[in-house]
Design a protein around this ligand. Structure first.
Ligand SMILES: NC(=O)c1ccc[n+]([C@@H]2O[C@H](COP(=O)([O-])OP(=O)(O)OC[C@H]3O[C@@H](n4cnc5c(N)ncnc54)[C@H](OP(=O)(O)O)[C@@H]3O)[C@@H](O)[C@H]2O)c1
Length: 322
């Protein structure tokens, strides 16, 4: 089968298409024929070695497809079932081995491409808005990179929970997309100081929660956008890692909370995974959450997909099609 492989960490050019043996599913495992693999920033960190995986490795932490074979002891899935997963590496390939307990079923009325596009960023939006800081009416939330893949999903979930949402983006076109996703106000953080804008928009009060996936360039000012006892949810680092901070800063800024969550810890059991994916698919069927596929590329163009994502050239999901 064809698969993208990385032999040494590095730039997008280390993603090479190779012929590799078709893997056999072991006990408790399923072999999935990948119909679409989602591209996420996580894959960039795996490729660069920032979050190291054993080499050589196949990146890709999200896919949807059809069960092709099952290993011993798997009784919940059979060949032909439509399935999807997130957070199990190896999806930039024609076939992927996935533990059965990490798979969810895709309802018949949801396309496999939409399922592949929704799993990682959609379930991230779910846990951030429903569990890490459970949003409700009356809450004000600041979402950075609101036209990005995770950002657009988070804006939509935050709106359906009744919060007021402020989004930041880098361009006028991305502002349009963030508004379309439901953001009440959109701030061009490349042109204006978002901290001043948040102070103005909230009458000096600040927001209840900041969902920050940008990291290095936004973190300090994000803390200053919070109300006393507000929540700083740092869930990514698209602009680079945040340097170490003195916990006393949280005291000075008003007894703030700081968390650095990961989807893996919020889908830790098969029950939790099924519940989050189930809500997400329901919202998608009801049209309350829409997946925006920015573009689809052939599997062989994985390097180009990474260049686009890192170059801030996307607004929504990038899919690789084997
Ligand atoms: N913790 C978790 O559970 C979890 C789950 C999913 C994703 N994440 C993290 O969330 C972040 C976003 O992931 P994503 O896949 O949805 O990507 P994305 O948001 O679609 O793409 C990244 C966006 O970040 C913004 N950005 C700001 N400064 C940047 C810079 N210097 N370089 C590149 N981009 C920059 C850009 O939007 P503008 O042009 O509008 O600034 C860019 O489009 C990543 O850090 C990812 O690891 C974390």
């Amino acid at each position: 089968m064809k698969a993208i492989r990385v032999h040494q960490p590095g730039g997008p050019e280390v993603l090479v298409l190779e012929d590799v043996p078709l893997p056999e599913p072991g006990p408790g495992q399923v072999r999935m024929k990948v119909e679409a693999a989602g591209v996420n920033f996580l894959d960039v960190y795996h490729r660069m070695g920032a979050y190291p995986l054993p080499l050589p490795m196949t990146p890709g932490s999200e896919a949807a497809g059809v069960v092709d074979a099952v290993g011993p002891g798997v009784d919940g899935f059979k060949p032909g079932d439509r399935v999807a997963h997130a957070m199990h590496p190896g999806s930039y390939a024609e076939y992927q081995i996935v533990p059965a307990h990490r798979l969810v079923r895709v309802p018949d009325d949801i396309s496999l491409r939409d399922a592949a596009a929704a799993m990682l960023q959609g379930m991230t939006a779910h846990y951030l808005a429903c569990s890490t800081f459970p949003l409700g009416p009356g809450h004000r939330a600041l979402v950075h990179a609101a036209a990005g893949g995770a950002g657009q999903m988070l804006v939509q979930v935050a709106k359906l929970r009744g919060a007021t949402v402020y989004g930041t983006v880098s361009t006028a076109e991305k502002a349009r997309i963030a508004r379309e996703a439901g953001a009440d106000e959109v701030i061009l953080y490349t042109e204006v100081d978002f901290e001043e804008e948040i102070r103005r928009l909230t009458g000096g009060e600040g927001v209840d929660v900041v969902y920050d996936s940008v990291g290095r360039t936004t973190f300090d000012r994000s803390l200053r956008c919070l109300k006393p006892r507000g929540y700083m949810v740092l869930f990514g680092q698209s602009s680079g890692p945040v340097p170490p901070i003195d916990p006393q800063v949280l005291n000075q800024r008003g007894s703030l909370f700081l968390t650095r969550p990961s989807l893996a810890h919020y889908t830790a059991t098969p029950e939790e995974l099924a519940a989050r994916a189930g809500d997400l698919f329901t919202w998608m069927r009801e049209g309350r959450v829409k997946v925006r596929i920015d573009r689809t590329l052939p599997l062989a163009d994985a390097a180009e997909a990474h260049r686009l994502l890192q170059g801030r050239a996307t607004s929504g999901k990038l899919l690789l099609i084997p």
